[in-house]
Design a protein around this ligand. Structure first.
Ligand code: HEM
Length: 125
């Protein structure tokens, strides 16, 4: 039996494992080149923890528009269906390896619905 996601430390574990997978995935790594540098990666992981902390625990830690950087990135390095599939698969894998429960289901469902909106605002627009 695994624990449910319950704090920022759990979220940090998820995003750091997730980025290890993204940075070693041949289809995804070109989006994440700047995060090969440890300091840049660390700063980014803290932003992702803030984002998910806000989604799950309504902490007020993230107030920006997360869509915008993706719309800009898509102009430079186009996203495809395959990229979204891989993103979601690696994200879910990073979660399922460590956690199960209500918050675990909430975070995976939210990722899926945010990805659906992001798809519409990038490859389908
Ligand atoms: C094809 C799928 C995706 C790719 C290639 C991708 C790539 C990236 C990259 C390269 C950045 C860094 C942007 C920068 O700092 O200039 C970023 C930031 C971020 N991504 Fe994604 N992303 C994807 C999908 C998603 C999804 C589905 C979510 C949410 C469920 C998400 C959440 C975020 C957040 C919260 C940030 C931080 C934005 C900020 O700095 O305020 N991404 N993404």
């Amino acid at each position: 039996m695994k624990n449910d996601i319950s704090n920022r430390q759990d979220l940090y574990l998820i995003v750091s494992e997730f980025y290890k997978k993204l940075l070693t995935n041949n289809e995804m790594v070109h989006f994440f080149e700047k995060f090969k540098e440890d300091k840049t990666l660390e700063k980014h992981l803290q932003i992702l923890v803030d984002f998910w902390d806000n989604v799950i625990f309504h902490s007020g830690t993230y107030r920006k528009n997360a869509m915008r950087p993706h719309i800009e990135l898509h102009q430079e390095k186009p996203f495809s269906e395959k990229h979204f599939e891989i993103w979601l698969q690696l994200f879910n894998q990073s979660i399922d390896e460590h956690f199960e429960g209500e918050n675990t289901n909430i975070i995976k469902n939210r990722a899926l619905s945010i990805a659906a909106v992001m798809r519409i605002k990038t490859i389908n627009s």
